[in-house]
Write a protein that binds this ligand. Structure first.
Ligand code: SF4
Length: 77
């Protein structure tokens, strides 16, 4: 059975760069010098999914999304 792999995506138009996501999910999100999220190259492993989901739901702009990495169209910024 194929293991599902997830990645984070950000809507750069909606993101306001306040960085809450990096505080909530530092395992995979850092901030650039302007305060916008930069994602780890590592996928979101199943054990980290709850933290990733919390970061997406807590984003005040709803700009952060969790997507299946091998879904059509790929993933990444
Ligand atoms: S919490 Fe949302 S709006 Fe804030 S930096 Fe992260 S993605 Fe952007």
């Amino acid at each position: 059975m194929r293991r599902r792999v997830f990645r984070l995506l950000v809507d750069p138009i909606a993101c306001d760069g306040h960085g809450m996501c990096a505080e909530l999910f530092p395992e995979r999100i850092a901030l650039d010098r302007f305060g916008y999220p930069v994602f780890s190259d590592q996928p979101v492993s199943p054990d980290l999914l709850p933290l990733a989901r919390r970061a997406t739901t807590m984003c005040p702009q709803l700009a952060l999304h969790l997507v299946e990495a091998n879904a059509s169209g790929g993933a990444g910024r």
